[in-house]
Write a protein that binds this ligand. Structure first.
Ligand code: 13P
Length: 260
């Protein structure tokens, strides 16, 4: 039986990954501007921001009574312990985070993050009462070698292994082609939709069609106000994970409002 148009059922989710940017003072200025800019966007779009750890507490307070959720950019797989420099999932939950970005390509590239590690961190995030935004995506070399779909398949299967469908339905997957991050090179809508559809088929195989239809798959990689609407109009693109453009209230709010 044909499934109903999935994009109608899934609420668009736009998240801003601030990466290692913004002092506390700068963060509070940006949050103030953002609150004003997107106060009218209530039900149609879900919005989250992921400031650096140092700004989470003040930003959480500044977001009170707003329609913007808070996300961490990473966490450790253990709840506590001798892991100098790390942050545990319950600590993020305590500060008001609802989501944690896991397996970002910058963490994979510069900090040795693996699919198995993301899998363990996903369990920690769920245990703490938050939801993961799990990032996958191929490098330029992998794309040019025709390996995009198999690379993404390995990442999705490795990161999601062992979770029940009921948990999986709440996950967010972010497809971020590494070659499109911070480069200004956005994937074409056809390239992005092809991988998103492939990911949804993988999710159907891992769990079932019903669960796969509930999971939101964000696109990330040079999303800007002028390309967001076209990307978000694709059947299997349910939102965006925005880097550079999330650092400016005008750009981020324009992306939030791009979903027609
Ligand atoms: P840019 O939007 O700066 O390309 O970054 C994307 C990203 O990495 C979001 O996590």
């Amino acid at each position: 039986m044909a499934l109903p148009s999935a994009s109608l059922a899934r609420r668009c989710f736009i998240a801003g990954n601030w990466k290692m940017n913004k002092t506390v003072a700068d963060s509070l200025t940006l949050v103030r501007e953002l609150r004003n800019a997107i106060s009218q966007v209530r039900d149609r779009v879900e919005v989250a921001i992921a400031p650096p750890f140092t700004a989470l507490h003040p930003v959480a307070r500044a977001l009170e009574d707003s329609n913007i959720a808070l996300a961490g950019q990473n966490c450790h797989a253990s709840d506590s312990g001798a892991f100098t420099g790390e942050i545990a999932a319950p600590m993020l939950k305590e500060l008001g985070c609802s989501y944690v970005i896991l397996g970002h390509s910058e963490r994979r590239q510069f900090f040795g993050e693996t699919d198995a590690g993301v899998n363990r961190k996903t369990a920690a995030v769920l245990k703490a009462g938050m939801l993961p935004i799990i990032c996958v995506g191929e490098t330029l070399e992998e794309r040019e070698g025709g390996k995009t779909l198999s690379v993404v398949e390995t990442q999705v299967k490795g990161c999601l292994q062992g979770f029940a469908a009921a948990e999986g339905a709440k996950f967010v997957i972010a497809y971020e082609p590494v070659w499109a991050i911070g480069t200004g090179k956005v994937a074409t809508t056809r390239q992005a939709q092809e991988v998103h559809a492939h990911i949804r088929a993988l999710l159907t195989g891992i769990w079932n069609a019903d669960t796969a239809q509930q999971i939101r798959i964000q696109y990330g990689g040079s999303v800007k106000p002028d390309n967001a609407a076209e990307l978000l109009a694709q059947t299997d693109i349910d939102g965006a994970l925005v880097g550079g453009a999330s650092l400016k209230a005008a750009d981020f709010s324009a992306i939030v409002k791009a979903k027609g």
